[in-house]
Write a protein that binds this ligand. Structure first.
Ligand code: XMP
Length: 514
């Protein structure tokens, strides 16, 4: 299908360029800046975008491209560093600015240009650059200026465009329009839809898997559940084995809900493993966070290996709910330069590693961004409760009960958290928040119930807004909501005597407490 290829020079917003293009129905792929531009790579490529970068073009180690790129006859758009690099390589001059231009910058268009169709002659751009174009490369003409600098240029003959600003960011007015205009200049079809994804992945997976079995480990989160729904839709459900390990550290009704959805979607082999006792006994006596994480991780691997071998599947494929961003972030051949932000948490298990080495992994969501996965989940009938669920760490409640974990504490935390989360949903706040949860502290404090003094647990509520979990701000609750939620919890969960709200951002704190 028609593709816009985005060459990644390590810019923070490189992925956003792809997102924006897909929003207007144009398929895009991100590749490392030094990906070989052979005919296989360029097969469906209608246009090429050069991304931004933290580098300056003259710096040691600055990422470059093969000059051949400018002779392919494919329209090119350079964004920020991309613009500077093309200027530098094509014979212009780039200079360091004494003051970095950062943030909202008003621009004036100088000429009508197809890149700016439908864009008013003055608009606010978003800039983030320390270098600027001092002299355009031969054949280029200025198309927009800021107060101080050339902000955009083009070479009409070679069909190359350069812009100093970042149309992919939401602060840049008419940014999506400008990227869509580039798509039209390239004649790229706007035919990227979820139906198309289903069609493409169906072909690919059916061809690879044939009649073999596929095993998917379901965590209860949105990615693995939607991956399960997709496999059930595109393969014969008799081929699809879904395994869900209930560690006893799950949220209230979580296991039942996920199992119910998968059954509804036609799962024939749903292996629900009750492993609560094993996890709780592995956690007995442990209060050090790292020791707890290790105990949970090791138990998970053991239970998984035992249970998978009981299934006696031969030569089967292992499916993974890997997203496009996971591939980019882990640098597996997509945009190697992108900052590695996939957390340290998702270590591959021996099973995953063995299957990967044997070439027996299928990743039905590998082309999709998170919001596309959510939309696909809704389309496939995975209910709203799972599709919009906040992220949940692998070790589950095990790292939200500080100190030693017991069944009793799990139940207390489950009950309190259930009230908290349901209230957020009722109040229409749940989707505004990236992640909200409760933490049970290993301290008790004095309270009065009736005439008696009581020692109840202290519960901390956490709610943060974030884009990717790498940094997070505290959700600024209206005080009324906090007061009401706190009293609902202390009234209904007897063991909780006091509720606090965690007002720490990340950094310096982490989102989870352990
Ligand atoms: P922190 O606490 O490091 O969390 O700020 C960032 C994001 O990662 C999630 N998290 C985990 N996810 N396994 C996971 O799959 C883990 O061990 C783990 N620990 C933290 C956390 O919930 C937040 O979304």
């Amino acid at each position: 299908m028609d593709t816009i290829l985005i060459l990644d020079f390590g810019g923070q917003t490189c992925q956003l360029i792809g997102r924006r293009l897909r929003e207007v129905g144009i398929f895009s792929e991100i590749a490392p800046h030094d990906a070989p531009l052979n005919s296989a790579r360029l097969k469906n490529v209608k246009g090429i975008i050069l991304s931004g970068s933290p580098y300056s073009v003259y710096e040691d180690g600055a990422p470059h491209v093969d000059l051949q790129l400018f002779t392919l006859g494919i329209p090119i758009l350079g964004i920020c560093y991309g613009f500077q690099l093309m200027t530098h390589l094509c014979g212009g001059r780039v200079e360091s600015l004494s003051v970095k231009e950062y943030g909202r910058v008003p621009l004036t268009l100088q000429t009508g240009n197809p890149l700016f169709d439908g864009v008013p002659s003055g608009f606010n751009s978003w800039m983030s650059h320390g270098d600027s174009i001092a002299a355009l490369a031969p054949g280029f003409e200025i198309t927009a200026v800021s107060d101080n600098h050339p902000a955009a240029a083009w070479n009409p003959e070679k069909r190359i465009w350069g812009i100093q600003f970042h149309p992919e960011t939401s602060h840049n007015e008419f940014g999506t329009q400008i990227l869509a205009n580039f798509g039209r200049i390239c004649n790229a079809a706007q035919d990227w839809t979820l139906d198309k994804v289903l069609e493409l992945e169906s072909h690919k997976i059916r061809e690879r898997v044939g009649k073999k079995d596929v095993l998917l480990l379901i965590s209860g989160g949105v990615d693995s559940t939607v991956a399960g729904a997709m496999l059930l839709k595109i393969l014969d459900p008799a081929q699809v084995h879904l395994m869900y390990i209930d560690t006893g550290l799950m949220r209230k009704y979580e296991s039942e809900e996920v199992a119910g959805i998968l059954r509804q979607l036609g799962a024939k082999h749903l292996h629900l493993i009750q492993a609560e006792k094993r996890f709780l006994s592995a956690l007995e006596g442990l209060s050090d966070p790292e020791a707890k994480r290790k105990a949970i991780g090791d138990t998970f691997i053991r239970v998984q290996e035992e249970e998978v071998s009981k299934l006696q599947l031969n030569d089967y494929f292992l499916a993974q709910g890997t997203l496009y961003t996971d591939l980019i972030e882990s640098g597996k051949g997509v945009g190697k330069k992108a900052q590695v932000i996939k957390s340290h948490h998702n270590v591959g298990t021996p099973l995953v590693e063995a299957k990967r080495a044997a070439g027996l992994i299928v990743e039905p969501l590998e082309m999709l961004y998170k919001d596309e996965v959510r939309a696909l989940g809704e389309k496939l009938g995975v209910g709203e409760a799972v599709v919009w669920r906040h992220p949940f760490p692998g070790p589950g409640l095990g790292i939200r009960i500080l100190g030693e974990v017991t069944r009793e504490k799990c139940d207390i935390l489950r009950d309190a958290d259930w009230i908290y989360i349901n209230e957020l949903k009722k109040r229409g706040l749940y989707r505004e928040i990236w992640q909200a949860f409760s933490v049970l502290l290993p301290v008790r404090s004095v309270g009065v119930t009736g005439d008696a003094r009581d020692y109840g647990f202290v519960l901390a509520l956490r709610a943060v807004v974030s884009k990717d979990g790498m940094s997070a701000d505290v959700y600024p609750f209206p005080m009324k909501d906090l007061l009401e939620i706190s009293s609902l919890i202390t009234n209904q969960v007897r063991a909780v005597g006091r509720v606090t709200y965690d007002i720490s951002s990340k950094p310096p704190s982490t989102i989870e407490w352990e």
